[in-house]
Ligand binder design. Sequence first.
Ligand code: HEC
Ligand code: HEC
Ligand code: HEC
Ligand code: HEC
Ligand code: HEC
Length: 255
Amino acid sequence: MRQLKLIAIAALCVLAWVSVAADTPTSGYRSATWDPIHFKPAIETATDEQCLTCHREVLERRPRPQTISGEPSGELLAWYQTLDGYQGEQDTFHRRHLVTPEARRLMDFRCNTCHQGHDPKEEISGSADDTQPGILSRRSVDPDICLMCHGQFDWKVMAGVAGDWPEVRDQFKNDCVTCHQEYRTVRHQLNFLDAGEIEQAGKESSDSCYGCHGGRAWYAKPYPYVRRPWLERMPEVDPEWARGRQTEYDERFTR
Ligand code: HEC
Ligand code: HEC
Ligand code: HEC
Ligand code: HEC
Ligand code: HEC
């Protein structure tokens, strides 16, 4: 009886030790979850290769070919997936922004363009002494980034355009570039965009421009774009709506 008790106590001790060891941040999973690379400042200079050593699945995982009840994914399309700009099979969010032909041509995202640090414990700032300052509540990305390409087409600020693009585009031969050869010509100079390819794609079809400026609007509002001074034909007096607008990009998008 006594021997059994001793064995039981010894077993409990081992169990306790194992669980403590598993909980200390020097063991694999916990230390990886809390790897400094997830936080500022390290995340700001992290390379994609560094993130992908642990997170390769974000680029490898593909949607299921069919639902559990057997419907093929190619037959289950959301409305925007029926538009001309949408190409290829159903794909994941990360792959659509990093590796599809459209993404490779027009964009050049890095992991830390969107991911700027999250808190694995709280996912909110200031709820305890030791939480990271400045993280976005409950999110591991900055949603303002999304709005830049998924906001509404802001026709109200475009003198001469009298309605939403699908209603008026025939008047302009579905062409953004003729007007935009004159207006707001200093554009797309951000480190996650390919400015040259964007202009080329826009010349081939303005559906491509509209694709990021209203055609995939997940939001009910437009994005208030930085208004960079342009050389020719910039009005001397800023229109009312443009007062107080930023005139330079945030530094993190230009370095
Ligand atoms: C040493 C391995 C490692 C590296 C390097 C790493 N991560 Fe992680 N990451 C993890 C682990 C482990 C977790 C926790 C996963 C879980 O609990 O589901 C995690 C969690 C995350 C989460 C939160 C997932 C969620 O659902 O809450 C995000 C977002 C993330 N990592 C992004 C990144 C980015 C961006 C980088 C590069 C800047 C990066 N990670 C580098 C191992 C790593
Ligand atoms: C276009 C913006 C964007 C880019 C670029 C991006 N992510 Fe994400 N990522 C997101 C969003 C949005 C989520 C979901 C966030 C949430 O739930 O709060 C996410 C979620 C994650 C998660 C959590 C698990 C999952 O799959 O949902 C991991 C891990 C992650 N990203 C890693 C990466 C890595 C590594 C890279 C670079 C190769 C990367 N991300 C690039 C926006 C992005
Ligand atoms: C620089 C412009 C840009 C930014 C910023 C951006 N997207 Fe996208 N998004 C695109 C483009 C372009 C596509 C279409 C890619 C394709 O069809 O291959 C797309 C596609 C999507 C899709 C459709 C995926 C599918 O296959 O059904 C979703 C959802 C989405 N984006 C959400 C987001 C979210 C959430 C964010 C912010 C974390 C974001 N996007 C940031 C340009 C952007
Ligand atoms: C009739 C001419 C005209 C056409 C057509 C036109 N725009 Fe504009 N657009 C303008 C003018 C004018 C402005 C505002 C210029 C200024 O800042 O003073 C503007 C502003 C913009 C802005 C910046 C909005 C902001 O809030 O800062 C974007 C983005 C834009 N246009 C995209 C497009 C796209 C994409 C198309 C085609 C789908 C298009 N425009 C078609 C004239 C036009
Ligand atoms: C891949 C997504 C994408 C495509 C395609 C795209 N844009 Fe943009 N556009 C953006 C983003 C992101 C910004 C914000 C960065 C900036 O201000 O330049 C922007 C900004 C702008 C601005 C405001 C720039 C300023 O500083 O005054 C104009 C005007 C504009 N785009 C017009 C166009 C036209 C015209 C086309 C087609 C030739 C086009 N866009 C295609 C994503 C896109």
